[in-house]
Write a protein of this length. Structure first.
Length: 91
């Protein structure tokens, strides 16, 4: 929301020129608007992913977390800090 407000203000500062490409304000406005659309799409996909992983009572989600923990344990010898961070995130 903040990006939208800032870009809208930028367009307004230029007045009618805000929509002219030479000002650059219109491009910022479009970029922020597209980003909001992408975020919405990602949000929908993430909700769908979680819903599908929890359909079986969470068994698939638990299996995924177990796999992540196994890989973190394997990485502990070569990347101990990263492995610990992943391990903590799974807990």
């Amino acid at each position: 929301a903040t990006g939208m407000r800032v870009s809208e203000t930028g367009v307004q500062v230029y007045g009618g020129m805000g929509f002219i490409e030479e000002s650059g304000a219109a491009q910022y406005y479009r970029d922020v608007r597209v980003t909001a659309m992408y975020e919405g799409t990602n949000g929908i996909q993430s909700m769908d992913l979680v819903a599908r992983k929890m359909m079986d009572g969470g068994e698939m989600a638990a299996a995924l977390i177990d796999e992540i923990e196994e890989q973190a344990e394997r990485a502990r010898a070569t990347h101990p800090n990263m492995a610990e961070a992943v391990w903590q995130a799974c807990e």
